[in-house]
Design a protein around this ligand. Structure first.
Ligand code: PLP
Length: 403
């Protein structure tokens, strides 16, 4: 459906949005009416090169044909059932996730933050079931980001940020240790600690990959103390960093992993996947959600995952990501380029990330800014080296325009 089908102008859409929506987002200046592959189109059919992918969601390309077809097929037969009847898409997707990432059981959610809620709840109940009521403490990382609902925001190690401020008191039972510093995590663990929860690559924290020693050390620490290791792969999951789950490239398996974003290819779905031992703690009545495992979302996710596997998009993420990161190092004012696969962060030595982002939009490139001086790029994993060359040229101009 386009603007003309509604009899609206772009200005009217913006006006209605400003008038009737609570404003919590820093918007781009245009109305997006359609998207395809690597491009998003505005009301005048201007094409924007998409290097943010709906924030790491549209990994098989915007409006991927197979995902769209799966949605259309499913929507005609069964839109929603709640979790009383068994459904075909739930079963097939659960099998696909478990066999692809080496886990035993899946639990569906609707978003990243809800998947983290489920992971936190699982860990707390695992503590109660196995050690009694006092073992509920979870250590997470400073500068982490786990979502905006209360459990997830309490797990987020940014107490001074807008994520926490004004919403206190946050949930008790969390403390924050230095990312990539095993001693800091060891010091934060107490007799009451039941789990350690980290992102293998911190995204919102500035695109910081974990070291192998750090994740291996956390695994060992959890094993020694009978704790669960929880990985938040909401952003890194599903080939963003090369392998299906980022932990597979580190060779460090968590007890539970959360995922969302790229799993649904644009349809809202999240999940946790767990080992049989950890999963056994959740039983009928202990958790649930009306839309969890919605047939349309599961059908879309199955098509999305199959498409990413068939087209070897993980391999593309590694190859094109390395090419792009090398090239970005030659941008003006660059201080550091880091990331993994196609989760890429460029840190500048000037505090103008937001200006760079807006200059890039003016030149038809979409990225996101983190803090004062980092540009994050998470394009669809179908991106080519030629797309990266175009993005690089626009970014260069966008930095130069600042002076
Ligand atoms: C690592 C991580 N965890 C959790 C979330 C929250 O996911 P959602 O926005 O789907 O709730 C995000 C979103 O950016 C994320 O990057």
């Amino acid at each position: 459906m386009q603007l003309k089908d509604y009899g609206l102008t772009a200005e009217q859409v913006i006006e209605l949005t400003k008038k009737y929506m609570i404003d919590t987002y820093e918007r781009f200046s245009f109305v997006s009416v359609r998207a395809k592959g690597m491009y998003l189109y505005d009301e005048n059919d201007n094409a924007y090169l998409d290097f943010y992918g709906g924030i790491a969601v549209n990994s098989a390309g915007n409006c991927n044909e197979k995902v769209v077809a799966a949605v259309i097929d499913q929507v005609q037969d069964l839109m929603h059932t709640f979790n009383y009847p068994y459904t075909i898409p739930q079963a097939l997707l659960a099998e696909k996730i478990c066999t692809t990432i080496g886990m035993d059981k899946v639990y569906y959610q609707n978003s990243g933050t809800e998947s983290n809620e489920a992971m936190i709840k699982l860990a707390r109940k695992y503590g109660t079931d196995n050690y009694g009521p006092n073992r509920y403490h979870i250590v997470t990382a400073k500068k982490s980001f786990h979502g905006r609902t209360y459990g997830a925001l309490s797990a987020t190690g940014q107490p001074e940020s807008a994520i926490h401020k004004g919403f206190e008191p946050v949930l008790p039972g969390f403390s924050y240790a230095e990312f990539n510093n095993l001693d800091s995590f060891k010091a934060a663990v107490t007799d009451d600690t039941i789990a350690i929860m980290v992102e293998p690559v911190q995204g919102e924290g500035g695109v910081i990959p974990a070291t192998k020693e750090f994740l291996e050390g956390l695994r060992k620490l959890c094993d020694e103390k009978g704790m669960l290791l929880l990985f938040d792969e909401v952003q890194t999951g599903w080939f963003r960093t090369g392998t299906a789950m980022c932990y597979q490239s580190y060779g460090v398996k968590p007890d539970v992993v959360s995922m969302a974003k790229a799993l649904g290819g644009g349809m809202p779905i999240g999940a946790i996947a767990a080992t049989a031992k950890a999963a056994a703690t959740l039983n009928p009545g202990s958790h649930g959600s009306t839309y969890s495992g919605n047939p349309i979302c599961c059908a879309a996710a199955l098509a999305q995952v199959n498409e990413m596997i068939d087209r070897k998009l993980g391999e593309n993420a590694t190859e094109v990501g390395n090419y792009f990161m090398d090239k970005l190092k030659t941008l003006p004012h660059v201080k550091d380029v880091r990331g993994m696969g196609l989760l890429v962060g460029v840190e500048f030595d000037i505090p103008n990330a937001v200006d760079i982002k807006h200059n890039a939009i003016d030149r038809n490139l979409l990225t996101t800014a983190i803090g004062a001086n980092i540009i994050r790029m998470v394009p669809p994993l179908i991106v080519t080296k030629e797309d990266c060359d175009k993005a690089y040229a626009i970014l260069k101009e966008s930095v130069e325009a600042i002076g």
